[in-house]
Design a protein around this ligand. Structure first.
Ligand code: NDP
Length: 282
């Protein structure tokens, strides 16, 4: 294997340990930060994500409050809970696990979260602050990607950065964070004409598509840093990223594994944002 493996699991553990020490001090000075996690229905993937987030809270010393609501919860009931959490002084961060069941309007729910408690940074107020380069909270997955890039020691400034995917939660904010670091950023999507021609230009390539092994070895420039956000469940039950790891590891200079790359970093950044929310409130 030619590429350096960017171990998100170890880096996330390091970040959590730093936060644990910080939270220890906060506790002595008053109280621990609090994170409310709201889950509606019984989607197994959402349940797993919520459990991982709760476990991370325990590691760091953040108090987590779980609100597990039945699948038939109405929009009014969910908004009433969000309103209650907005007003609760013991709660610094609110996370509503997405996707919500289809009868609920995700957008309205997100818009009703107090932006100061919006640790996912999905509220338009926080999205706007990312856009103007003054974020209080960096969105968790893109922020985790930036930390993994930092691990390579490569400066983003002046580099050709290609982001594949333009979702509101990954691709778009990712492009903004790379731009803020002075990368020259190109964003690709399903209508991009010649994807391989664009990805081959990248010094730093971030794939956030949701299509297993879309990025092949011949789509990557020699020596590129490749960050794989994708999490795709294969028929045999194993996970694959959006990058064909076996092929691309022979071409890239650094690459993230799936699992164990971006996933753990996303949760570490959520912990960081919760501590930031606490500090902002203070
Ligand atoms: P979305 O489905 O919201 O967005 C996918 C994007 O990929 C869209 O912009 C779409 O384009 C683009 N796309 C689809 N097909 C192609 C193609 N053939 N070529 C180029 N672009 C294409 O997904 P998310 O951003 O929410 O998630 C992306 C992946 O990342 C998923 O696998 C998800 O599970 C994973 N993920 C992982 C996280 C982690 O912590 N590890 C966190 C969040 C997501 P268009 O806009 O034109 O439709």
């Amino acid at each position: 294997m030619a590429a350096k493996l960017l171990d998100g699991k170890s880096l996330a553990a390091e970040i959590r340990e730093g936060l644990r020490l910080e939270v220890e001090e906060l506790k002595q000075a008053g109280r621990a930060p609090g994170l409310a996690v709201v889950i509606v229905g019984d989607d197994p993937a959402s349940r797993r994500y919520v459990n991982n987030k709760k476990k991370a809270c325990e590691h760091v010393g953040i108090t987590s409050y779980e609100y597990a609501l039945p699948g038939e919860t109405t929009q009014e009931e969910l908004l009433a809970l969000v309103d209650k959490l907005n007003k609760d002084t013991a709660i610094d961060g609110i996370l509503v696990q997405l996707p919500l069941p289809s009868h609920l309007d995700e957008k309205t729910v997100i818009y009703n979260i107090d932006p100061k408690k919006d640790v996912d940074a999905f509220h338009p107020f926080n999205v706007g602050k990312i856009m103007i380069g003054e974020p209080d909270f960096a969105p968790c997955t893109p922020a985790g990607v930036m930390e993994l890039i930092k691990l390579t020691g490569i400066e983003v400034s002046g580099k050709e950065c290609v982001v594949v995917g333009r979702s509101n939660i990954v691709g778009k904010p990712q492009s903004m964070l790379l731009l803020a670091e002075n990368g020259t950023v190109t964003v690709c999507h399903s209508k991009t004409k010649d994807l391989a021609e664009v990805t081959r230009r990248a010094d730093i390539l971030v794939a956030a598509v949701g299509k297993a092994k879309l990025i092949k070895g011949d789509m990557v420039k020699k020596g590129a840093v490749v960050i794989d956000v994708g999490m795709n469940r294969l028929e045999d039950g194993t996970w694959s990223g959006d990058v064909d790891f076996e092929e691309v590891k022979e071409v890239a200079s650094a690459i993230t594994p799936v699992p164990g790359g971006v996933g753990p970093m996303t949760i570490a950044m959520l912990m960081k944002n919760t501590v930031t929310a606490y500090r902002i409130k203070q």
